[in-house]
Write a protein that binds this ligand. Structure first.
Ligand code: GLU
Length: 449
């Protein structure tokens, strides 16, 4: 027997920009499908017509593409309303969907009353007790019912691929609303209908959906389908101190892009965070896919540390070849920067866009810092003629040492300060030919150049 196909999905609502918490969910779904040679579907949950916007759908696709999380298949829920209507009709026919007439205000009062009585704020199923005549009378007033799913009273549970066995006592979850009074279907229903239609084998999502899953496992069955495997990922919190932790899932993916974070730095962090094997910098999604294991994700909140992300980024940037950054450097206004420049500076930047600062050091103007004018004057006289390359620094500093008897750190520091205005930076051996004779001479003479 062949193993059933692995199909995952990422189902954002296009009501805003993608957040890093959503991106983590997308990534893990993508990697899991990839690892098992399965399919990854992008589903846009746009049944909330007021809040869903095409520009957010575009932005979501753009953010996913930035990380390489492409899907060969995309479905949009607003194109599939007939399927949801058919499913609702089937549930109505089987008695698992029942009409309710309470207003939001009435429901709110009921919840408050239950809380005050020390009971969980679960819907009391008052609408189930309406007689045919009651319903007819309500319909005659022009009221259109919303529809709830009738949960059966057996314990709800499932073996969660991350959280282990979950058991939810009956009576603690409200019968979920499947469709509004105006007939529009709601997420709890649409998600299940699509998960069935798309053959989703694994629903991997944040643990904030556990309560939805409790209802949805029963909706799957009521629609004649076996529920998929569920995996609920622990939330991400910031590193924080005691009591300071906050959810970091709400940071927009674009803010990381704009800060010059490499997609693979963020992907490495998000794929490893909260797992038993921890975070490892990888340069391709396939390498991350090769180690993805749902059982490796812990149940405790994952700690997102910005410093860890920056360190991963620096590590990846250091290994980027010029061919990979040439266009990005050009966009930063560094179209003239040669390969030697990138090779010289890449270990000194935490993000590609920081190369701008070093290009300014190369091309100037730099205000030289002259610690010892006599020494720098002598050094200027010893500058070798001719074309400079990466051996020039060594021969020049040797000559300076021979004449001035200054050597080691003091010699290098004085020259670096004079030539770059800074006491740290990329190797001078590489910078010297990039700065070039004209600017070098001017800076050694104390002039900004
Ligand atoms: N549209 C839902 C959300 O963004 C999808 C949840 C799910 O994965 O089922 O929360």
């Amino acid at each position: 027997m062949t193993a059933p196909a692995i199909v995952t999905r990422f189902a954002p609502s296009p009501t805003g920009y993608l957040h890093v918490g959503n991106l983590r969910t997308a990534l893990i779904n993508w990697l899991f499908a990839r690892r098992h040679g399965g399919r990854f579907v992008l589903r846009l949950d746009d049944t909330d017509l007021e809040r869903s916007k095409p520009e957010y759908a575009r932005a979501i696709r753009e953010d996913l593409a930035w990380m390489g999380l492409v899907s060969a298949e995309e479905v949009v829920q607003s194109d599939r309303l007939d399927r949801y209507a058919a499913a609702l009709a089937a549930l109505q026919a089987s008695g698992r969907a029942y009409p309710c007439y309470e207003t939001p205000e009435e429901l709110d009062l009921k919840r408050k009353a239950r809380r005050a009585a020390g009971k969980p704020p679960v819907y009391d199923r008052a609408a189930l007790k309406l007689s045919v005549a009651d319903r007819a009378a309500l319909a005659a007033t022009g009221k259109r019912p919303h529809w709830r799913f009738l949960l059966n009273d057996e314990p709800i549970g499932w073996p969660d691929a991350v959280k282990g066995v979950i058991a939810i006592p009956p009576g603690t979850v409200s019968d979920p609303v499947l469709a509004r009074g105006d007939g529009r279907p709601l997420y709890t229903l649409t998600s299940v209908v699509d998960d069935v239609a798309l053959g989703i084998s694994h629903v991997i999502r944040g643990e904030d959906h556990v309560a939805n899953t409790a209802s949805q496992v029963q909706i799957f069955r009521a629609l004649g389908a076996a529920p998929p495997t569920f995996a609920h990922l622990a939330l991400m919190l910031d590193k924080g101190g005691e009591g300071l932790s906050k959810r970091v899932g709400s940071l927009a993916v674009r803010s990381f892009r704009e800060a010059g974070i490499e997609p693979m730095a963020l992907a490495s962090l998000l794929a490893g965070l909260g797992t038993a094997h921890g975070v490892i910098a990888k340069t391709t999604l396939d390498e991350l896919a090769a180690r993805i294991e749902l059982g490796e994700f812990g149940r405790a909140a994952a700690r997102f540390d910005d410093a860890e992300l920056r360190a991963l980024n620096a590590k990846l940037v250091r290994g980027l070849p010029f061919s990979n950054v040439r266009d990005r450097l050009a966009k930063l206004g560094l179209g003239d920067a040669p390969e030697a420049f990138w090779i010289a500076v890449r270990a000194n930047v935490a993000a590609v866009n920081e190369a701008r600062d070093w290009w300014r050091v190369v091309t100037g103007p730099v205000a030289p810092v002259i610690e010892d004018a006599d020494f720098v004057g002598q050094a200027a006289e010893l500058l070798p003629p001719g074309a400079w390359d990466d051996t020039t620094w060594t021969s020049w500093t040797r000559a300076i040492k021979g004449v001035t008897k200054v050597e080691g750190a003091p010699l290098f520091k004085r020259l670096r300060l004079a030539l770059t205005g800074l006491d740290h930076g990329p190797e001078m051996r590489a910078l010297l030919p990039l700065i070039g004779p004209e600017r070098v001479k001017a800076r050694l003479a104390g002039r900004a150049a």
